[in-house]
Design a protein around this ligand. Structure first.
Ligand code: FES
Length: 136
């Protein structure tokens, strides 16, 4: 995999990740990992009145994993929790100007991390969760 395979936007989010870090008083935290590549992602969301007012991530993984984490946190800020559940890995990849086929699983990890954080949020609210489907 060469750098040239990545779009400018992917490289930009990889080199200058948005929302890297953690939210100490997060409303929900999601931890996911890919057993094949070993990359792991942790996503934090802060919810106020049903709106995601902040999102942050910690990713130990490849460039595409970092870029998709960065992009997904940007995409969900300001959305309702329900709207955020609709954010698919494909939408994240498209927002980044596309990903090489072998890197699509990295965007799946970002979608899963978001859904895990939302699931944790619902659980803390005492609500049942539909985690949604893996839509690679
Ligand atoms: Fe595993 Fe990118 S190579 S998330």
């Amino acid at each position: 995999m060469t750098e040239q395979s990545y779009s400018e936007k992917v490289m930009d989010h990889f080199l200058h990740p948005r929302n890297a870090g953690e939210i100490p008083d997060a409303s929900g935290i999601g931890n996911v990992g890919n057993v094949i590549c070993g990359d792991v992602m942790r996503m934090y969301i802060k919810v106020d009145n049903g709106i995601i007012v902040d999102a942050k991530f910690k990713t130990f993984g490849c460039g595409a994993a970092i870029s998709t984490s960065s992009m997904v946190t940007e995409m969900v800020k300001g959305k309702t929790v329900k709207e955020a559940l609709e954010v698919s890995n494909k939408a994240v990849a498209e927002a980044l100007g596309g990903l090489p086929a072998v890197k699509m699983h990295c965007s799946v990890l970002a979608e899963q991390a978001l859904k895990a954080a939302i699931s944790d949020y619902y659980k803390r609210q005492g609500k049942d969760v539909d985690k949604g489907s893996n839509s690679q």
